[in-house]
Design a protein around this ligand. Structure first.
Ligand SMILES: Nc1ncnc2c1ncn2[C@@H]1O[C@H](COP(=O)(O)OP(=O)(O)OP(=O)(O)O)[C@@H](O)[C@H]1O
Ligand SMILES: [Mg+2]
Length: 320
């Protein structure tokens, strides 16, 4: 599908102290980060965190009050062939409902000086060849998302920005988008994808940029993000639950029962604030038998909730 020359500018997306206010509301707050080629970078944050606004600023669709956003060292306005440099899928865009998918893409290709054959190439890429001549007005949400990705790929850009591409997709569609993003990243492209769904990013993104209330919270590998989470816990199963609980509480750690507490007289509990080896020592010192002693890493979802707890915009707490 790479029948076009590789984009003139590839590589980095870079924001520096990027700041955008709407009235007295700060949507993006001195945000600095870099998105590198060759991997999928997840852009995470709770609803209202400023993800879409940041993407619009990078694409020159909004003007920042201060700071800058560059693609390959240039602002969007400075790109000589913008659509061959960066492709974007923002919210489900307004399509002409009477136009066919192919005509929609041909129209876009024409306005951008791209060869007509690109329309067919990107239809193949997103699996819409069969319905290429159907009216887009009758498309499902999933088909519309695929068409949006096809449009983003028309200019064969080296940088791809997708705002919540999994929205409205069924599990098969979600898997398809994930595989496509990983393939495009493996080709050396820069893939920047927003989501507020952690579990999806855990299996999609190599790197994460997490924001809350417009501010940077984390910029690290997905693995590091999970490991950095302070909520480390250990699952313990023992037939002598009461005794072990006492010992653990005496060390100042926390214990909570796991599941419905043991049908076979074996208590299951989750301990936080004490590493597994120390729990084993405590148990041995009191001759408490252990059936299981298993350190658990927080899931990405838990890590995310914990990190962004102070920056959730529409929580019960902030509704006061
Ligand atoms: N055009 C606008 N006018 C006024 N406020 C806006 C505008 N666009 C965004 N905002 C506000 O800026 C903040 C950031 O919004 P943004 O849409 O960028 O968040 P988001 O991270 O994309 O959220 P979501 O996960 O819900 O898509 C929100 O408080 C939002 O209400
Ligand atoms: Mg958004």
């Amino acid at each position: 599908m790479t029948s076009l020359p590789v984009a003139e500018v590839t590589g980095l997306i870079e924001t520096r102290e990027l700041t955008k206010r709407f009235g007295d509301k700060v949507a993006v707050d001195h945000l600095s980060f870099t998105v590198s080629p060759g991997r999928v970078t997840g852009f995470l944050g709770p609803n209202g965190a400023g993800k879409s606004t940041t993407m619009r600023l990078i694409l020159g669709l909004d003007r920042p009050q201060s700071g800058s956003a560059m693609i390959g060292g240039r602002t969007y306005a400075q790109l000589s062939r913008p659509l061959a440099t960066v492709g974007a899928l923002l919210e489900a865009r307004a399509l002409h409902p009477g136009r066919s998918a192919r005509n929609h893409l041909l129209f876009l290709a024409q306005t951008q000086g791209l060869p007509a054959r690109r329309a067919d190439e990107v239809l193949d890429l997103v699996g819409l060849r069969e319905v290429a001549r159907k009216r887009v007005g009758g498309f499902s949400l999933g088909m519309t998302q695929r068409l949006g990705i096809a449009a983003a790929m028309l200019g064969n850009p080296g940088v791809l920005m997708l705002d919540e591409p999994a929205n409205g997709l069924d599990p098969e569609g979600i898997r398809w988008v994930r595989t496509l993003m990983q393939q495009l990243a493996a080709e050396g492209r820069t893939i920047f994808v927003s989501s507020h769904v952690m579990s999806e990013m855990a299996v999609t993104a190599d790197h994460l940029i997490v924001i809350g209330r417009g501010k940077l919270i984390a910029d690290c590998s997905t693995q590091e993000f999970i490991e950095r989470s302070s909520e480390r816990s250990v699952l313990v199963r023992t037939p002598d639950g009461d005794r072990l609980r006492e010992l653990i509480l005496a060390e100042g750690a926390q214990v909570r029962p796991e599941g419905n507490g043991g049908d076979d007289g074996v208590a299951s509990m989750v301990v936080t604030g004490l590493p597994a080896p120390r729990i084993g020592e405590l148990a041995a010192s009191a001759s408490v038998v252990l059936h299981e002693l298993a350190p658990r890493l927080a899931s990405l979802e838990e890590a995310f909730m914990e990190l962004t707890a102070d920056s959730v915009e529409y929580s019960d707490r902030s509704a006061r």
